[in-house]
Design a protein around this ligand. Structure first.
Ligand code: HMG
Ligand code: MG
Length: 287
């Protein structure tokens, strides 16, 4: 039997959040619908953050209301605080994600809070989610490098991972937010993180600034990780991480995983079609 690996599609959120053109909700809905036909089990479609901070994501409720929900697909949303959680729940998100940084510099830039303050804000979010039976995923940003603080010690990553585990996150995604991580740095980081959380509750989230994302996927595969975040068309970046390029492209991770014998359940044609659509959205000539 072939080994399975999963791509968690983050294009409609991480991929689009940094686009300068205000993309109409209808285009975002069409992209999510195309992704729903490609075989993903989880798609991150929106974030419920301050529209002053990320204007592109202000229409999350409209997007969630407009998509055609495919059976078996979970539609996820990013939530920085209780207000965001309540918005995501009201809009019908199937799961939410809380997100913290392993470095103080990025935490301040992205959430206007220290790491400790950001974790304290998640307390009521996870309490509400628990009461609602809503699955919560966790993200840790800057797992090897921070655009403000430089190299991030693995122990700092492990500490935040442990905090998200203690919050009950069913899976924790490890973000190389600015795509500067080397395979050696990712390996050292995983050494520390795997002391806290087993590989089957971790995901790799690589940005491809330096062209090392697929190499980092290989390091993570060797450590037993089987879930990878990616964005169709390689869109993306974070508005609060200067120099962050796109997420590693879903098309590239899919080809890479399949070449290594993993079964993803994805339809490459449908993924490629969604990728072309995402690229057209970036250019501003989406149908
Ligand atoms: P703040 O300015 O410190 O706090 O922002 P605030 O409470 O004063 O809020 C500012 C304004 O936003 C207020 O409005 C609030 O009401 C409103 P005003 O009173 O000025 O009119 N507000 C909200 N509105 C809608 N939904 C909400 C919400 N919360 C407050 N949920 C805050 C603090 C956390 C809100 C802000 O820093 C924020 O929204 N940050 C999010 C930034 C973001 O989304 N970054 C990108 C996602 S992270 C990422 O991409 C990394 C990842 O991909 C992994 C990786 O690659 O590493 C996940
Ligand atoms: Mg990201």
């Amino acid at each position: 039997m072939s080994a399975r690996a999963e791509i968690f599609e983050v294009g409609p959120r991480d991929g689009l959040q940094n686009e300068r053109r205000m993309i109409p909700a209808a285009e975002k809905i069409a992209l999510v619908d195309a992704l729903s036909r490609a075989g993903f089990r989880r798609i991150e479609v929106a974030s419920f953050v301050s529209p002053k901070w990320v204007p592109q994501m202000a229409d999350g409720a409209e997007v969630l209301a407009g998509i055609e929900r495919a059976p078996g697909v979970r539609y996820a949303a990013l939530t920085p605080n209780l207000r965001g959680y309540e918005g995501a729940r009201a809009a019908g998100a199937d799961e939410v994600a809380i997100f913290a940084s392993a470095s103080e510099g990025f935490s301040k830039a992205n959430l206007n809070a220290t790491i400790a303050e950001s974790l304290a804000r998640f307390d009521p979010v996870v309490a509400a989610a628990r009461a609602d039976g809503m699955p919560v995923r966790g993200y840790v940003s800057c797992v090897t490098d921070c655009p403000f603080d430089g190299v991030v010690p693995p122990a700092d990553v492990a500490r935040v991972v442990a905090a998200l585990r203690d919050f009950g996150c069913y899976e924790i995604s490890l973000g190389d937010t600015i795509g500067r991580g080397t395979p050696e740095a990712v390996d050292a980081m995983l050494d520390a993180v795997l002391e806290e959380v087993p590989a089957d509750r971790l995901a790799g989230h690589f940005h491809d600034t330096a062209g090392r994302a697929l190499g980092n996927v290989d390091v993570a595969l060797a450590r037993g990780l089987r879930v990878f975040d990616a964005a169709v068309g390689g869109l993306g970046g974070c508005p609060y991480a200067p120099g962050a390029a796109g997420n590693v492209a879903t098309e590239a991770v899919l080809a890479h995983l399949e070449a290594r014998g993993f079964v993803t359940g994805l339809d490459p044609e449908a993924v490629a079609k969604a990728g072309r659509m995402a690229q057209a959205m970036r250019r501003g000539d989406a149908a």
